[in-house]
Design a protein around this ligand. Sequence first.
Ligand code: NAD
Length: 249
Amino acid sequence: MKELMNKVAVVTGGNSGIGLAAAKAFVAEGAKVVIVGRRDDAVAATVETLGSDAMGLTGDVAELTTHDRLVSLINNRFGGIDIYFANAGTNIITPTEAVSVEEFDTQFATNTRGVFFGVQRVLPLIREGGSIILTSSIASEKVLEGHAVYAGTKAAIEAFARSWALELKDRRIRVNVLSPGPVDTPILAKLGVAPESRPEFEAQTAQAIPLGRLGRPDELASAALFLASDDSSFVTGVNIRVDGGMTLA
Ligand code: NAD
């Protein structure tokens, strides 16, 4: 029996990296999956790859209209959802002295406001026994240079998750956090590491990780699948770090 048979899932940022790996895992386990991404072409290409159990919605999670359009789509097509994976996120590494108001606002709008209002808007449609998963980062706990704003955005959503875990208990909706360490996804390429410096960057990063390497998107997808499925039926309000031990090192 597949783990997510007859379930409907939403994955924000589902056309790249961790979200894409999770969307693939959810479809493979029998779910219908709606991915939310910013670019029409990327969303369409991903839906084609995922197959007929996938649908796409193009929109920016920082815009409330995106969540309202998602609610209409769910109402029209499914009537409700079982899994909401708030995974889309952005990271601008800047020393505190150099952070612009625009950089600050962009990160909070995507990583924090986008998560809060995304959950708020879909909440009436989440079925009893559903699962909400928020992608945070070990940066919320482990001090990483230039990550103050990003860390703040992620610490806030961890607090949301703890509040929601209790607030939603009577509907048996579980709320958990997934905190990746460095994972080999396109977000790393956007951190300003030049392609020629990439091997050195990876080697240096790997040295800071007890398991000695970057994580893979499928390793995060496995944890997301655990939190999405009934395998985690007694798990709520926790933060699962998938970081090769980096937080402890
Ligand atoms: P990625 O760049 O491959 O994927 C991020 C996805 O989010 C993309 O599809 C992007 O288009 C989407 N996105 C970003 N801003 C958006 C917006 N405003 N509206 C809609 N979609 C938006 O990177 P990833 O590594 O898969 O990142 C997924 C999550 O994991 C993010 O929340 C990120 O902060 C978190 N994370 C990643 C790492 C890592 O090392 N890769 C580490 C810790 C946490």
